[in-house]
Structures are given as structure tokens and as C-alpha cells.
Design a protein around this ligand. Sequence first.
Ligand SMILES: [Zn+2]
Length: 285
Amino acid sequence: MLQFAPNIREQTKGGRVKEIQIGSARNHHMKYWSLERKESITPPIQFNELPDLRGQSANLATFHFELSGLAFTIAVYEFSNHIFVIVLHDYDKGRKYQLVLDEIAEIEQVYRPTEKEPPGLKGKELVYTLIRTTSWCGMTSNRLRYDLIRVDECFKIPDTPSINSSDVLYETSQNWIDNTGRPIVDYDIYDNVVEKVEDEEYHKKVVRLLPKEGSEELMALNFVRTKMIPGFNAYDQIKKDLNVLKHKCKDCETVASGYEEILTVFGVSFEGKKPKARETCKKCK
Ligand SMILES: [Zn+2]
């Protein structure tokens, strides 16, 4: 197992400090930098769920992020054969997004080499990942859900890409194009990067494509973009729009006050864009 630093803020040495704001919320303006790389380390025990990586060591690239008083790190593990696993590695405890961060810390995102050349990107050495965006599902535990998306659901991606005439997503946000205007992140659908779609669930779902070499920083940034920012947005909206100070259960005497307690005791779901506390508490459900 990895040993986490006792205080994330002590890990301050690393690469050049950069800034990025993903999506439109100004409180999501972040500073970030890379930390020291590590070679041939033992990955976290949770990776044993990925059978083809079991028992393998990996190289580790870590990126430290800070936004409005919150610090967290994203880890990019590189295994042999260009397989990458990205996780939320560590984060400040007891701060506002803890509910979101605790759940995101349990998931992994995997990139693998493409099995065939996507039509628009011939001759490039690429890795792909299926895109799952975070949404709020309203349970009192496991509040977040990760949805695989189709091209027509790309509005769920912060800094939403555009769709070209061949129905392929392309980046237009300054965050994801270089200074000559070329995208630094590409997209296609799953069917165009694997030989055979075994799992119906993945059919026609969007994949992100990055160069095989040197993409660790983009992997970390895009993990923040699709997994964390939508979770932060939903949390911010609940905090702002859940105009209930005290909420009482329809079927028992349980009362919760404030949005954090309501989130934990009742759960909050979205009706369109409006957050709404569930009518019954978690005991009565
Ligand atoms: Zn109740």
C-alpha cells in the first residue's frame, strides 16, 4: 500500500505551477503542478480488481491541485504495454467537497492502447478510455453515478466539445487546444478503436484518445474534468438551491437541518435542474 503524507500540503515541491479553470464556475479555478515521478512502485490494493494488472508494478506520476482552499492529488499509474490507471490519490479531509471526494476516491479510470486506427487519426500511437461523467443520483450513500455517454450527451462534459459533420466530438475550449488551434485531446466512439465490441453497453459510447507517450498530465486534468468538476457543480448547486433549513421525514420523527445533514440522512435528487430532498429518511425507505 502507498503511504499517504500526513498532511497533503507538505508535498509542495514539484514542477512549474500552472493554472486552469475547467467549466464556467469561477470557484473551480485551479493551480496545479507535477510532483516527483516514481519508478517501479507497487500500486494500491484496489487495482487487484483489474485482472490483467494484478501483481504488476507501475511507474507513478502525481499531480497536485489546489482550488478555493481545497488541495488534492491525482495519480497516474503507468503499467507495461501502455496501460494507464488514474485515481484520486489524496485530498484534504473535512472540507466542503468531502462527500464527493470520498466517493470519487473509490473509482479508477483506465486507458488502453487502441486496437485499430480510428478513421480521423491514422498513423498515430494512441490510448483510449471510455468517458464516464459524474452525476448526482440522490441516494444517502453512493450519491454519485458515473454514466457512459453517447455523442449526443456530450453536454455532460465540462468545457463541452463540439460535434462535427461526421458525428465526432472535437475540442473548442482554449483548455484543450494548442496555440495553433489544434486539439490536444481527441474523441471517437468505442466501436472505432476496438476490434470487436463484446459488451453491448459500450456500443457507440464516446472514447477519449490521447497520445501513448507523454499524456499523464492530460489524463490527470481530464479525470478532474469529467469525474470531479460535475460532482463539485452538483454539490455547489445543492448548497445554493436547496432552500430547506429543516426537513422532516414523511413517515417518522427524523429531522435534518442544513444541506449536509439532509444529503446524509435523506438524500437529494434533481428534478431537472432543481435539487429536492427526498420525502422519507434512509430508515423509512
Ligand atoms: Zn423516516
